[in-house]
Design a protein. Sequence first.
Length: 384
Amino acid sequence: MNFDWQANWMTEEHLMFKESMRKFMEAEIAPNTDLWAEQGIVDREFWLKAGSAGLLGASAPTEFGGAGVDQSFDALTIYEQARVGDAGWGFGVHNICMHYILGYGNDEQRSRWLPGLIAGEIIPAIAMTEPGTGSDLQAVKTTATADGDDYILNGSKIFITNGQQADIVIVVAKTDKQAGASGVSLIVLEASEVTGFQRGRNLKKLGMKGQDTSELFFEDVRVPRTNLLGQNEGRGFFQLMSQLGWERLVIGIGAIGAMDGMMSETIRYVKERKAFGQRLMDFQNTRFKLAEAKSKLEVTRSFINECICKVIGANLESVDGAMAKWWGSQMQCEVADECLQLFGGYGYMMEYPIAKAYADARVQKIYGGSNEIQKELIARSLDG
């Protein structure tokens, strides 16, 4: 039995795009996940293939090389990547960065960066998290001090997706150290154009081993003030909050893709594997555990579908993303655990995709703002 994402909001164009994405993922990602995990990074050549295939700019305007459709098409790319069992390629971060530039960049900035992003020639990163701040973005210590026509960046970041390869980095920094959230700005660093910028080690992780996740260091790095996103300083926190609904929904979309992949693999396995003279699928415990997992998956899918309808209608709220993120990631981890259990000892072996899926799932409850933060945000919406 193959699990798949079908929904009333999907038009014929969506279905054609999804089929194209599936063929690409199965041909270009699935055969390479082990290699990428071993080397700790996705080959740069793959980014160019993704750009040529139209994956990177679906929701970007045609004037920059995009397809000019809405983000529901990006959702299908995110889903198909997760469904094929990959968590190494940093498409989600690429998409989020692209929308920061689309949303807040001026005409010159969009013209400078978007065509390269859409073609896969420019790999982006967004540098939010610092060693001592985690989800508390108001407390970032990285500074951007105005000096003539430049900002001088000083500070460090950690857990940065695409960090080893990023050509541009959207840096969350304080342009006013005394102003709290109102002192935060987003500044785009072009890695090849500056000195004093260093990439730290490629961090070794529990899962997502094919993704280059890095420390970044800024020591008196001069960045032109024209690289500020938005017309005025101090708008960074608002910009971050405005985009986090989609960023967190991306995590929920990835969760249903991963669960569809895990369920398909697990059902295939329990139908083939025998114990005590019968298929694992014939044991009541197996059937009940799969029934529970199926229910968790489909309830999650229903809410994600509702969120996608809001994306299409341009009325997705931040609290929607918070609920999609915490619920989706929680269900993903629960389904991964139950599916792995049904594989027995083989489920603990990395040769089996379920082991990789289990390890990859855990961080979903942490990045994009921890699930505890999401619950607080949801609770605030009830108290407002």
